[in-house]
Design a protein around this ligand. Structure first.
Ligand code: THU
Length: 158
């Protein structure tokens, strides 16, 4: 009889108060909140903002940009990542994602997880997922490796 191992992930352990985060994380979240206002999402009406901090301390922001040809749309995370990479910044050290989701927190989609993991400076970086609005803000603090363990890489496992 095969034994099924079920590991329960307790997400509550990863939920933090915004005010308890470090200055860099707070700044990144605020940048993602601002970027979210530029979301172009007439089809889903789901606004998402993202911000990526690169190794030199720069912050690149992005929003989701939809299209009448639905698959042509791009998520906020990849918008921010493409802005950083096209500016020569390939080492990501942190990322924030902001969206107003009723249940739970908006985390990067599968495609974005793979896209972001490619540019993780030390093979991993913290990810802060939260909602827009007023304090007391709760933040899901996780990491890209936590969201995408054993990710595919041509460059070998970092
Ligand atoms: N979306 C993002 O931009 N990031 C996420 O993490 C989740 C989903 C966008 C894609 C689409 O424009 C809309 O949200 C609904 O899926």
């Amino acid at each position: 009889m095969p034994r099924v191992i079920v590991q329960k992930i307790n997400n509550d352990e990863q939920i933090r108060d915004f005010k308890e985060l470090g200055t860099d994380a707070k700044e990144l979240i605020k940048a993602a909140m601002d970027a979210r206002r530029n979301a172009y999402c007439p089809y889903s009406n789901f606004q998402v903002g993202a911000a990526i901090q690169t190794a030199d301390g720069s912050i690149y922001t992005g929003c989701n940009i939809e299209n009448g040809s639905y698959p042509a749309g791009i998520c906020a995370e990849r918008t921010a990542a493409c802005k950083a990479i096209s500016d020569g910044k390939r080492d990501f050290v942190a990322c924030a994602v902001v969206a107003q989701q009723e249940k739970g927190f908006t985390t990067p989609c599968g495609l974005c997880r793979q896209f972001l993991a490619e540019f993780a400076q030390q093979g991993d970086f913290p990810l802060y997922c939260t909602k827009p609005g007023c304090p007391p803000l709760k933040v899901l603090a996780t990491t890209i490796r936590d969201l995408l363990p054993r990710s595919f890489s041509f460059l070998g496992n970092k």
